[in-house]
Write a protein of this length. Structure first.
Length: 88
């Protein structure tokens, strides 16, 4: 995951951003369903989220995603939003 985050920062800089920051969080959950003192079900899951903020053309842009595979897309959105904000 760390390699993908670094590649995405580099990608944002290549789009013209002067600053790129990515924050990520991953939460692993386990739940047990118990009935009559017996375990009926065990469920495990992973929740993940990323936020990206950039400075491009002197303005801030923000985006977020829950998918590691969509980090580049979110980074592109953040840069476009920053560029648009700089024109406002």
């Amino acid at each position: 995951m760390e390699d993908e985050l670094i590649r995405t920062v580099d990608y944002g800089l290549s789009l013209g951003a002067s600053y790129v920051e990515i924050r990520g969080e991953e939460l692993m959950e386990t739940s047990l369903e118990i009935e009559d003192e017996r375990v009926r079900a065990v469920k495990q899951g992973v929740d993940r989220g990323f936020s990206i903020r950039v400075i491009s053309s002197g303005a801030w842009g923000f985006a977020s995603t829950s998918s590691l595979e969509r980090l580049r897309e979110a980074c592109t959105s953040a840069v476009k939003l920053a560029t648009a904000a700089s024109r406002a």
